[in-house]
Design a protein around this ligand. Structure first.
Ligand SMILES: [Zn+2]
Ligand SMILES: [Zn+2]
Length: 363
């Protein structure tokens, strides 16, 4: 079984032939169909996010169930599935209070399966971890059955893959933000994979102004296809001033889909009174953003984080699949580049260059 393995930070991914154990109790084997190239993988490669190594990266993917372990009833062999990068245990405090995307057991076990062990071995017999229990840059994966969300044949694999991370994260972050309403004014910082989906979620929610903010003119142009009404080039002057000018004092909602000190600060600064800034992009580990505290109080601003679209991933998958099938949510347009697994490093180079839309590994 071939997979893209990261052996240490700041080194390229290496395609290795790994030995794979069959699914244990509650687990499934999935033949991968497609996997997206996401900035969260790049963080691990740069060492700005830390997971155990060697590790098969990839957390945005879709495939077909090939085998099920004992006790699995939620999916069957042949089911085409979106894969969740959070598998929920169903019984921790977060799961039982309606926040399965924040599952404690999943966080504790991390790149291991729920029983704390791994399913992959390298050529030397050493264990290999799977990012987010799935590690989708692999021809075939073992994963908890909870990761799988069955989808109809009408959703192509490459689009389904993106429905594992960038689509639900961008979409859910907007529609689940408290107080969103038709006519709202919105700024989206960063119009990569997650940002484009935040833009189209704002369009679906009938926002009156959707201001796309990025440092790439080409990405901003691309974002208009998804519903951006205005473009702010952050490399050509202060984006906060530009947003205030466009909206007569600031937006009601700002979404930082990039995740960084500067963008989060700008997202808070560009809010009008009573505005809400939502941070959905993951910043490098340890980053802290200085916030203007007087402004925060006097303008009664709010700041919140949003993980995986702030809702149950399976519920968001259901919604985005429906909207996609009805033509409300663009999916095919997100896929701009396709690579075979052995060209995965080129996929990450295109991501670093800031190319439009998403790159997808197809199997
Ligand atoms: Zn991702
Ligand atoms: Zn849980």
């Amino acid at each position: 079984m071939h997979a893209a393995v990261l052996r240490s930070a700041r080194s390229p991914l290496v395609i290795e032939d790994l030995a794979q154990e069959e699914p244990r109790y509650g687990e499934v084997a999935v033949r991968m169909g497609a996997a997206g190239v996401c900035a969260s993988d790049a963080h691990v490669m740069h060492g700005t996010a830390v997971i155990p190594m060697p590790c098969v990266l990839g957390h945005e993917g879709a495939g077909t169930v090939e085998a099920v372990g004992p006790g699995v009833t939620s999916v069957k062999v042949g089911d085409r599935c979106i894969l969740s990068f959070v598998s929920n245990c169903g019984h921790c405090r977060q799961c039982i209070t309606g926040n399965p995307q924040l599952c404690d057991t999943n966080a504790i076990t991390g790149a291991r399966q729920f029983d704390g062990t791994t399913r992959l071995k390298d050529a030397n017999g050493a264990e290999v971890f799977q990012m987010s229990k799935i590690g989708v840059f692999a021809e075939r994966i073992i994963a908890p059955a909870q990761a799988c969300f069955p989808i109809p044949d009408e959703v192509p694999m490459d689009v389904a893959a993106l429905m594992g991370c960038s689509v639900p994260t961008g979409y859910g972050t907007v529609v689940n933000a408290p107080g969103v309403r038709p006519g709202m004014t919105v700024a989206v910082f960063g119009v990569g994979g997650v940002g484009l989906n935040a833009v189209q979620a704002a369009r679906i929610m009938n926002a009156s102004r959707i201001i796309a903010v990025d440092i790439s003119e080409s990405k901003l142009e691309f974002a208009t296809r998804f519903g951006a009404t205005d473009r702010v080039d952050a490399s050509a002057g202060d984006p906060v001033e530009q947003i205030r000018d466009l909206t007569g004092g600031g937006v009601e909602f700002a979404f930082d889909t990039f995740g960084g000190i500067e963008t989060t600060q700008q997202a808070v600064d560009c809010l009008g009174k009573n505005g809400l800034a939502v941070v959905a992009g993951l910043a490098p580990l340890g980053d802290r953003a200085p916030i203007d505290l007087v402004d925060l109080v006097r303008k009664q601003k709010r700041i919140m984080g949003a993980y995986y679209g702030s809702a149950s991933p399976h519920e968001t998958f259901r919604t985005v699949v429906d909207l996609y099938l009805r033509g409300e949510l663009l999916g095919d347009e997100l896929v701009q580049r396709r690579y075979p697994l052995d060209q995965i490093n080129e996929g990450f180079e295109a991501l670093e260059r800031g190319e439009n839309g998403r790159g997808v590994i197809t199997f």
